[in-house]
Design a protein around this ligand. Structure first.
Ligand SMILES: [Zn+2]
Length: 333
């Protein structure tokens, strides 16, 4: 699983904090236990020494070690039971002096061999959700919050459908797509006028895909191009583009609202092309149609997008305006 650098660094930092917290708690508990029962410190010292002697006997046996082994084991058991008795007497709760690592599978390192341990995976999932929640515009981007009733039922003879029917199909498609998402899934292009719910629906896809344990980066086209330009003109480290390159699903919102410069065209070509070659999924939302895309970014980019992406058309009146006039439901979609 390719989590973005930002998410991975935050997750590793949290795991290391958790390790430190557990260690500090153990040391604090130990100090309190020693203060209550000073004999415990002595017992712990003796236990460490008998354990070392036991290990030495097991790994480097001399002569017949059985008698020595039995004696050391008995000594060890006696020390252990005295220790437990002292702890009980001090009325310390069970596990008070537990010094096991935060995760017994990986010892708190986050990795078992070269594989990421489930403990670090779980923290990555949480950090990914937190990252997306901070980036998405409304915080409500979930399929169940998508309001179909704001799309008109009026039939468009030239299109052979109504906005409501088309959006119902789009919603069903996106829900299934996000639920069944696997890295390398086909890229999507949301095309339609401003205010038809493209950003909202792409946010729903982002959340669902992230909840499936995949890495998702969400960025507006304006910010993406600004970041790309900063790297090209060496105002920022190349690393700042890593998240856009490495994530399983990159969502580029609002393509077409930025200034269409030569640099923007170069950036868009490079990003779209690199992700297609790496078989990474991209979801672009734009208020441009096929002709506008070609006029604005050139035939090469337009044919890349239209040839490799699945285009999802958005239809309807501006739903933000419709909601305002509806009065009671003023939720932004
Ligand atoms: Zn672990």
């Amino acid at each position: 699983m390719a989590y973005t650098n930002t998410v991975l660094n935050r997750a590793r930092a949290r795991l290391s904090q958790e390790n430190e917290r557990k260690r500090a708690e153990y040391e604090d508990h130990l100090a309190r236990a020693y203060a209550l029962q000073p004999r415990l410190r002595e017992l712990d010292r003796s236990l460490r020494s008998t354990s070392a002697k036991l290990a030495a006997l097991i790994f480097q046996p001399e002569g017949d070690p059985r008698a020595a082994l039995a004696r050391l084991r008995a000594e060890n058991e006696a020390l252990q039971s005295e220790r437990q008795w002292l702890l009980d007497e001090a009325e310390l709760p069970d596990g008070y002096l537990d010094d096991s690592p935060v995760c017994t599978l990986c010892g708190g390192t986050g990795y078992t061999g070269s594989r990421m341990c489930e403990c670090l995976c779980e923290i990555c999932r949480q950090e990914q959700k937190r990252e997306l929640s901070a980036l998405l515009p409304t915080g409500r981007e979930r399929f169940e919050n998508f309001l179909l009733e704001v799309y008109p039922e009026r039939f468009y003879p030239e299109l052979g459908t109504s906005a409501r029917t088309l959006m119902q199909k789009n919603l069903n498609f996106c829900k299934k797509y996000a639920q069944e998402y696997r890295p390398g899934a086909q890229s999507l292009l949301f095309s339609g006028a401003t205010g038809l719910g493209k950003t909202f629906l792409s946010g729903c896809v982002a959340r669902q895909v992230a909840e499936g344990g995949h890495s998702v980066a969400y960025v507006t086209a304006g910010k993406l191009f600004a970041d790309w330009e900063a790297v090209k003109f060496e105002r920022a480290e190349a690393d700042s583009l890593r998240d856009y390159r490495d994530c399983d699903l990159l969502i580029i919102d609002d393509l077409g609202t930025e200034m269409a410069t030569q640099l923007v065209r170069a950036a868009l070509y490079e990003i779209v092309n690199a992700r297609l070659l790496a078989q990474k999924t991209t979801l672009i939302s734009t208020n441009l149609n096929e002709h506008d895309l070609e006029d604005r970014y050139g035939g090469q980019i337009a044919s890349r997008l239209l040839g490799s992406y699945r285009v999802i058309y958005f239809l309807g009146d501006d739903i933000r305006r419709r909601k305002q006039t509806a009065g009671s439901r003023t939720v932004r979609q």
